[in-house]
Write a protein that binds this ligand. Structure first.
Ligand code: GLU
Length: 551
């Protein structure tokens, strides 16, 4: 073992002792049973929807128990860090209303809430483990480590830095000193307990009792000494931070299950009270006959930005995610599901499938429960960021926007389910706005010619329709105007009649109506035409035929 003086010389002289931090971050005064949870985003420039999923659970479980939910920025991997990533994360989480009780902005008594600012704290505990012989300096080079792995593989032994493979584990102090004198870089490794035969046991809050082989690896706890700041590995930061932030329930992705044995050893070596884990199964995607993890590389819907840019309503996404966490919640109406608890023991151990078709349905159903005014306000919010031109139009014509949204919605028994996300507003409602409407400029417009009605007949129909047009309140009476003009120009009364004698008619009432519909809406499909003309007003309605009346 190294002399204490040698160890201490590696650290700042004024580095506090563990007791200092223990007092600085005392046990929380919270009601019995209160859970303190945390979410640890890494600022890599990609915010995964799985993060929103886990954070939703974190927040729900903490709030409901009268505890606290914290967000800690896990930026110990400098090579993966991306400029602006923290802001991006915060915008994403703000969209889903996932505010923390303590974080880098709000602060709190247990900060700093960013790992790169906690160097002193980590160093205290690294020195502590070195002094007690539970950690050691390791000067192995990349090449040496690669050679060790190769030899282990060749002899079919478990790979890793352990036992007699761990060349610096029991190094002579003189050899260590020589390396230090030469200024060679080193990492600090945890000295795994010798009795590697023991089994690791713990009870996961989701999976129940689990058992695994005990850890034998001397994992790195402090990264290379040639870097500044000196940062810990995930394993060590997890132990120190979750202990000192007085977290008592670690909810995290199940890719960490296999690390629990080493985490238990670290907690034990540091004399920290053991912590409870809940390992969440990842969100999955169906691909052909098999399931795989939702992938940042392959699946646009893995990214939080996808939901925000498409304009999925926050509540619809949260409702969907809560239903994936606890199937019970998917069976409830949205408002109830958003206020019922998420129970950890109801979370599945197999990853739930993310199905955008299902989410679209949920979203369309949810939007159909909103008033036109509520929808307008959400669409405005979306357009502010993603479609400024649309925003300008909405702000120029707020009344028209409300009239458009009211069609088959406000007061309707079965409101339209024509919007799944705010980003669809332009495509679905754009035609109401003169600025966004793709007017039919002539009878040769493809939308009109596709009906197969003679050009002159189209013009004659339109002229008559416009010439006699009345802006009527009654839908039936209004539509009679189309019937009359169709009859006058010899259109068949229905498709059947036309089919019997295709040459005998210029088209059927269907084609006649479609001429009018296309002129007014630009499309062969639209909500109730009469309601649309009510929203547009007489002048705008008639104006839309200008290109069709002819010279
Ligand atoms: N920063 C870690 C990650 O991104 C957090 C894991 C945890 O919650 O402990 O995987």
């Amino acid at each position: 073992m190294l002399d204490r003086a040698v160890i201490d010389a590696l650290f700042p002289a004024d580095l506090p002792e563990p007791e200092h931090w223990e007092q600085r971050y005392p046990a929380r005064e919270l009601p019995e049973g209160a859970l303190v949870t945390r979410f640890g985003p890494s600022p890599t420039g990609f915010v995964h929807i799985g993060g929103v999923y886990v954070a939703t659970i974190d927040q729900d479980v903490a709030r409901r128990s009268g505890g606290r939910y914290l967000v800690r920025v896990e930026d110990t991997d400098r090579s993966r860090e991306v400029e602006g990533a923290i802001d991006q994360f915060e915008r994403g989480f703000a969209y889903f209303g996932l505010a923390a009780d303590e974080d880098i902005h709000r602060g709190g008594d247990y900060g700093p809430y960013q790992q790169s600012e906690r160097e002193q704290i980590y160093l205290t505990y690294v020195r502590h483990l070195l002094r007690s012989g539970r950690a050691y300096l390791d000067f192995a080079t990349k090449d040496e480590l690669a050679a060790i792995t190769a030899r282990q593989q060749a002899t079919k032994l478990p790979t890793g830095y352990y036992g007699s493979w761990a060349i610096w584990r029991d190094a002579e102090p003189a050899d260590v000193q020589a390396k230090l004198d030469a200024g060679d870089p080193y990492v600090v490794r945890f000295r795994a307990p010798d009795d590697t035969g023991a089994r690791a046991r713990f009870t996961d809050a989701i999976r129940g009792p689990l058992e695994a082989e005990a850890n034998r690896n001397d994992v790195v706890i402090l990264k290379s000494s040639d870097q500044s700041p000196r940062l810990p590995t995930y394993h060590f930061a997890h132990a120190v931070d979750d202990h000192l932030m007085r977290v008592n329930l670690v909810i995290r992705g199940d890719e960490w299950i296999s690390s629990v044995p080493v985490h238990q050893q670290l907690f034990d070596a540091l004399a920290f009270e053991p912590i409870t884990y809940a390992h969440i199964a990842p969100l999955m995607k169906q691909e052909g006959g098999s399931k795989r993890k939702l992938s940042k590389r392959k699946d646009p819907e893995a990214s939080v930005d996808f939901y925000i840019e498409s304009g999925y309503p926050t509540k619809a996404v949260l409702y969907y995610l809560r239903g994936l966490a606890n199937g019970r919640l998917a069976e409830m109406p949205l408002d109830q599901a958003l206020s019922e608890p998420i129970n950890l023991d109801e979370c599945g151990v197999a990853g739930p499938l993310v199905d955008l078709v299902k989410l679209d349905d949920i979203s369309a159903d949810h939007i159909a429960t909103l008033s036109g005014a509520e929808i307008l306000s959400e669409v405005r919010g979306w357009a502010e960021r993603f479609d400024p031109a649309l925003l300008a139009v909405l702000d120029a014509e707020p009344d028209l926007a409300l009239r458009a949204l009211a069609v088959e919605r406000d007061g309707a028994e079965n409101p339209r389910k024509d919007l799944k996300k705010w980003g669809e507003f332009r495509a679905v409602y754009g035609f109401f706005f003169p600025q966004l409407h793709a007017a039919v400029e002539s009878p040769d417009d493809e939308r009109i010619t596709a009906l197969g009605v003679d050009r002159d007949v189209v013009q004659a129909v339109v002229r008559d329709f416009v010439g006699n047009y009345q802006q009527l309140d009654d839908g039936q009476e209004w539509f009679q105007q189309i019937r009359d003009v169709a009859a006058k120009h010899g259109f068949a009364k229905n498709a059947k009649e036309l089919k019997k004698n295709p040459e005998g008619f210029p088209g059927s009432i269907r084609e006649a109506s479609q001429i009018i519909r296309i002129a007014i809406t630009g499309s062969t499909r639209s909500p109730d035409l009469h309601s649309i003309t009510q929203a547009l007003g007489r002048e705008e309605t008639l104006g839309r035929f200008a290109g069709l009346v002819g010279e």
